[in-house]
Design a protein around this ligand. Structure first.
Ligand code: HEC
Length: 175
């Protein structure tokens, strides 16, 4: 009976290694908790209007998988047409995949450019045939997307105008 009893109440910790693991965890877990709390407090008093602008917030809460696309947009600044081209549009527009007009192909782009900046920006924003809306990067602002179109068109014989920066991106665009 007593042997049975001691068996039932046997500790989960049986070896010195297990004890070591339990001790380490019992230190590490509270330390992580404290670090998270400290971070929360430090983050909580940061009411800087720039870092809390709609664009900066949108930049921070965008899907994790797209963080690598944020080259140059780290501080919430609008990305340039070239940056967007390099990270998004190049997938199709450098190779001509799915029938995309290749960047630098003045013949293909000539026809598009002739349709006018407004028209092709509108078409590409909502998607046209195999071109997904905004090239699939629907997190791009209309302003950023239009800059990418302008970049590609102008590298392919066009002379499209840079769109005017929206208010929130004003500062960023002027740097
Ligand atoms: C998944 C592949 C893909 C990606 C990524 C992509 N495109 Fe396209 N794009 C296409 C294809 C295919 C067409 C040709 C559509 C057609 O006319 O059939 C096209 C056409 C266009 C056109 C011409 C639209 C018109 O009026 O005919 C523009 C402008 C354009 N893309 C801009 C962009 C920009 C800017 C990006 C990056 C932000 C981008 N694309 C990313 C596939 C892509």
């Amino acid at each position: 009976m007593s042997a049975n009893e001691s068996h039932e109440h046997e500790s989960l910790i049986k070896t010195p290694q297990q004890l070591g693991v339990v001790m380490v965890l019992s230190f590490v877990i509270p330390v992580i908790g404290i670090l998270l709390l400290v971070q929360l407090v430090i983050g909580g008093i940061n009411t800087d209007t720039v870092t809390n602008s709609a664009e900066a917030v949108a930049d921070r809460i965008k899907p994790v998988a797209q963080v690598t696309i944020a080259a140059g947009g780290a501080d919430g600044a609008a990305k340039t047409g070239e940056q967007i081209y390099q990270t998004v549009c190049t997938a199709c527009h450098s190779t001509g995949a799915a029938g995309a007009p290749k960047m630098g192909d003045t013949a293909a782009w000539g026809k598009l450019i002739a349709q006018g900046q407004k028209t092709i920006v509108a078409d590409a924003t909502k998607g046209i045939r195999a071109m997904p809306p905004k090239g699939g990067a629907t997190d791009l602002s209309d302003y950023e997307f239009e800059r990418a179109v302008v970049y590609m068109a102008n590298k392919s014989g066009g002379s499209f105008k840079e769109p005017a920066a929206p208010k929130a991106a004003d500062k960023a665009a002027k740097k």
